[in-house]
Design a protein around this ligand. Structure first.
Ligand code: ZN
Length: 198
């Protein structure tokens, strides 16, 4: 089958034999959203990093529906009043190489499930690799990395990304949205470090 040739016959999360497209049935049954403050997530990075990685490859598209549906359910349970959904943007060249932005795929599916519009609200400037920079320098750079792509017609946003690490990216995008008139910004990610098993 096609998914086996792309991702291998193993589940990207647990490594067991893949008995369903993209994600094994057992891992599918463990897809339950959790909540931490204004963030909905599926679990710790240690557990879900395989899914985060697999999403970045073409075959990973098969993971979008089960992951996004679980997140949408968590957002619904949270009861947040939302007007629109957006995603943390990637650079145009990364999207070009990959063919898509995983966060946007998740965001579009979540928006569909919640019957909300998906809007490309924020864009990302190209910045050189940040891995060797100091933390405070990185934080400063993040602040200038994102910019508003259009005038915001919505006030209460759900911001989607694949993973929450330091929160710097999230806060940078949130600042841009708020500067554009957003009154509330909630988050949805697959994996977060706050889970304790980071
Ligand atoms: Zn699995």
């Amino acid at each position: 089958m096609e998914f086996e040739s792309v991702l291998g016959a193993r589940c990207p999360v647990c490594g067991r034999d893949l008995d369903a497209p993209g994600l094994c049935r057992r891992c599918r049954s463990e897809l339950h959203a959790r909540r931490w403050q204004n963030l909905v997530y599926l679990g710790g990075y240690r557990k879900w990093r395989g899914a985060v990685r697999a999403l970045k490859f073409k075959g990973g598209r098969r993971l979008v529906a089960p992951l996004a549906d679980a997140l949408a359910e968590g957002v619904r349970e949270a009861g947040w009043a939302l007007d629109a959904v957006t995603a943390v943007p990637t650079t145009w060249w990364r999207a070009l190489v990959r063919g898509y932005n995983p966060a946007e795929l998740l965001g579009r599916r979540i928006a569909e499930r919640l019957e909300l519009p998906f809007v490309r609200a924020v864009a990302r400037r190209y910045t050189p690799s940040q891995t060797r920079r100091r933390r405070d320098e990185r934080a400063r750079m993040k602040a200038g990395t994102f910019f508003l792509q259009r005038e915001l017609e919505h006030r209460r946003w759900l911001l989607v990304d694949d993973v929450w690490t330091t929160g710097a990216t999230f806060r940078a995008v949130e600042r841009v949205l708020r500067a554009g008139g957003a009154e509330a910004v909630y988050g949805a990610v697959i994996a977060a470090r706050q889970d304790g098993d980071w």
